[in-house]
Design a binder for this molecule. Structure first.
Ligand SMILES: Cc1cc2nc3c(=O)[nH]c(=O)nc-3n(C[C@H](O)[C@H](O)[C@H](O)COP(=O)(O)OP(=O)(O)OC[C@H]3O[C@@H](n4cnc5c(N)ncnc54)[C@H](O)[C@@H]3O)c2cc1C
Length: 399
């Protein structure tokens, strides 16, 4: 059987690799519209290995983060990819956040995380001396990694296993033809017995091109970062996170030490005018129209107008951004920040205007569409791949 993967981000690459183990003898073809792998979310992210403390017990995110981080660390060790399990500190800045932090600790424990540590202020500042707050939760299993290097290693493994990686191939249509699907782009046509859609920011469009109704839609939320100037890097040792707002699947602006050196602050979550818009000024008309004509977005905006507006103001003002950071590290000054990069999250929203909290798939006889794979899907990519390969017909369970 020929299996066609659409999208050469970390998820598509991991799926293609896994299929060689579960479907020996199958011909695996991966189509990617860019000239190389991992050009979007997979390399425009925080570079954090999430262990699964945030996610509802029993959810796909919880299960796959817990299993995924272990697999990802083993993969990095095997390929000598730079990574470090430095641990994370989640900080409650006032008494109201303490109860939510306790709930987070409970979740982490239910999800099977090891070594979670509740810290009162004195113990907390031994770990991060410049942090504010009344209590903290240390998550020792989390860390940092170079996801660009992970994508490169996955691509190399795929090549060695015989995956055909076809670049410059933007999939436009997926049509049934007898007992197969024909995946078409301007560059070529591929006839496959099964198709896996891992198109990230465009997964809903690829699903629609294959005949699915677009009841859930990707709504792009740009995450912008600042970098700490070298003179301020000493304010942060490792990873400092706020207690997240449970309404949104975003973690709040935080401090991240990068495995490649330096410290980042961010990302925020601003509605973007382009799905691949990494600058504030990027506008893509089709993406704007897509958002405007989606009733879910209007319902979301009605409910969360003040949050959305606050995000825009914070995006435009370094001072406001800095104020959010000062809740975690009061000594930080706006003058310590210089513009960093940005990423855009492929976050699915339903017609009611609700952001999908969990990973989501559509399964058909000859296709599987990954409809929602935002954070922690980079950490969890190898576990997601295992799950998807299990759902592709004709497989065996490798030992
Ligand atoms: C700001 C930000 C911070 C994040 N931080 C973290 C973190 O610290 N840790 C973590 O685990 N996760 C993090 N994430 C989430 C993580 O990066 C993503 O969940 C993960 O990279 C998703 O991988 P993917 O392969 O599904 O998507 P992508 O990497 O976006 O790949 C999709 C691919 O499909 C291709 N494609 C799209 N349409 C077509 C088409 N029609 N034809 C052919 N190819 C197509 C694209 O070019 C792209 O290469 C973050 C994300 C963002 C945006």
């Amino acid at each position: 059987m020929k299996i066609c993967i659409i999208g050469g981000g970390i998820v598509g690459l991991a799926v293609a690799r896994r299929l060689h183990a579960t479907h020996p003898g199958a011909e695996i073809v991966l189509l990617e519209k860019e000239a190389g792998v991992g050009r979007h979310q997979s390399t425009h992210n925080s570079g954090v290995l999430h262990a699964g403390v945030y996610y509802r017990p029993g959810s796909l995110k919880a299960r796959m983060a817990v299993s995924g981080i272990r697999q990802m660390v083993a993969f990095c060790q095997h390929h000598r990819i730079p990574h470090e399990i430095c641990g994370k500190l989640v900080v409650a800045t006032d008494e109201t956040e303490v109860a939510r932090l306790r709930a987070l600790q409970e979740r982490g424990t239910q999800n099977g995380l090891a070594g979670l540590q509740w810290l009162e202020r004195e113990a907390m500042i031994e770990i991060e001396p410049n942090v504010a707050g009344v209590a903290g939760l240390r998550v020792p299993e989390e860390g940092i990694v170079d996801y660009a290097a992970v994508c490169a290693a996955l691509a190399q493994e795929n090549q060695d296993l015989g995956t055909s990686l076809l670049f410059g191939t933007r999939v436009e249509r997926v049509t049934p033809d007898g007992n197969a699907l024909v995946v078409s782009s301007r560059a070529r046509e591929v006839r496959a017995g099964f198709v896996v859609n891992c198109a990230g920011l465009h997964c809903d469009r690829v699903a629609e091109a294959a005949g699915e109704a677009r009841t859930t839609r990707i709504v792009p939320f740009r995450g912008e970062y600042y970098r700490l100037k070298p003179s301020a890097e000493g304010l942060v040792r490792n990873l400092i996170y706020p207690v997240p707002d449970p309404v949104f699947p975003f973690l709040g602006v935080h401090f991240t030490r990068l495995i490649t050196g330096g410290v980042e602050a961010g990302p925020n979550a601003v509605l973007a005018f382009a799905r691949e818009g990494y600058r504030k000024t990027d506008i893509h008309l089709r993406d704007v129209a897509d958002a405007i004509f989606f009733p879910g977005l209007w319902r979301f905006m009605n409910r969360h107008r003040s949050m959305a507006w606050a995000e825009v103001r914070r995006s435009l003002s370094r001072g406001l951004f800095c104020q959010s950071l000062q809740k975690l590290v009061p000594a930080i000054r706006a003058s310590d920040l210089e513009p960093g990069g940005a990423g855009v999250r492929a976050q699915a929203m339903d017609e009611a205007g609700t952001l999908l909290q969990d990973f989501a798939f559509i399964e058909r006889e000859r296709a599987l569409h990954v409809l929602n794979a935002p954070s922690p899907a980079a950490t969890a990519a190898l576990a997601i791949a295992e799950e998807i390969a299990r759902r592709v017909p004709g497989g065996s369970r490798p030992g």
